[in-house]
Design a protein around this ligand. Structure first.
Ligand code: PAF
Length: 292
């Protein structure tokens, strides 16, 4: 596993890697969700690259850039045994050198849901992912379904800007109680941790109502809200049932639908989603050996 920090070294090592190349972009503090992306890339591709970079441009003022968890040595130790060829761990000035002023904005699909609470977030994500795609020139890039809107934004950008690659979206990996794995789960206090499964429970309640024949999206949204309200320490930011590609809110759930929600729990903001497609629920997978 070759670890590089500069753009020049990245280009030099990348040029020697046999294709197809799979890229897994991350912000580090890796968990089983990230590792599942790497394993999938390993299974699909001749070479696998991972980027570890806490991207400052996707954090708004007052967000958690400073306290975002970082553990580079631990991350590298997790990646070594699973067959990664190249890891890029640039310092911020390597990605955004002095005088930097170019950004990628994906218009409509960046605005609702996360975009309402985090207005510059997807501009930062699209910009850094565009740079990663230019630098690594991967044949496939791997993202988790957990960040559903991010996958929509990245797919849109790749299509609109003619990046010649496949965007592969892999299932959410969950703890035993259903909590979606996320680096930000590290912020949860021992008291908040059991409450955090309420996002999964709210999505499950909507699924049960749908299975009973309820197709009115407003009613299904209120089922999610009521479940969240059962936990007074969890405050709802939004619940949504939207078209999975346009992210327009739906009136009825007949075909494909993205059920998503965001919740604030103390100082932690959590998101989760289920994707309903072809009459099947994609809920993600419970990690082997994970504990509630
Ligand atoms: O999902 C993440 O960790 C980040 O948003 C990404 C895609 C690595 C861009 O910084």
């Amino acid at each position: 596993m070759i670890i590089v920090k500069s753009v020049a070294d990245l280009r030099r090592v990348r040029a020697e890697l046999p294709g197809p190349l799979g890229l897994v972009p991350t912000m580090g503090f890796l968990h089983e969700g990230h590792l599942s992306l790497v394993r999938r890339a390993r299974a699909d591709c001749a070479s696998v690259a991972v980027s570890i970079f806490v991207n400052p441009t996707q954090f708004g003022p007052g967000e958690d850039l400073e306290r975002y968890p970082r553990a580079l040595e631990r991350d590298l130790n997790l990646l070594r045994p699973i067959g990664v060829d190249l890891v890029w761990t640039p310092p911020p000035e390597e990605v955004y050198p002095s005088g930097y002023q170019t950004f990628v904005t994906v218009e409509q699909v960046s605005r609702p849901l996360e975009g309402k609470a985090r207005p510059i977030h997807f501009r930062g994500v699209a910009t850094v992912v565009a740079k990663l795609l230019n630098l690594f020139e991967p044949h496939r890039a791997y993202f988790g379904q957990k960040d559903a809107q991010q996958t929509v934004v990245v797919r849109r950008m790749a299509r609109d800007l003619d990046f010649p690659l496949e965007v592969v979206v892999c299932p959410t990996v969950r703890e035993a109680d259903g909590l979606a794995m996320s680096s930000r789960n590290a912020y949860l206090t021992p008291g908040e941790r059991p409450v955090a499964s309420v996002l999964y429970r709210a999505l499950g309640a909507a699924k049960e109502a749908l299975d009973r024949g309820e197709h009115d999206a407003d009613i299904l949204r209120s089922v999610m809200s009521r479940t969240l309200a059962d936990e007074p320490v969890a405050s709802e930011e939004y619940v949504s049932i939207a078209h999975p590609a346009t992210l327009d809110e739906l009136e009825t759930v007949e075909g494909e639908a993205l059920f998503s929600l965001a919740v604030r729990l103390g100082r932690t903001r959590l998101i989760d989603n289920f994707l309903l497609h072809e009459d099947e629920w994609s809920t993600g997978i419970i990690a082997e050996g994970s504990r509630a």
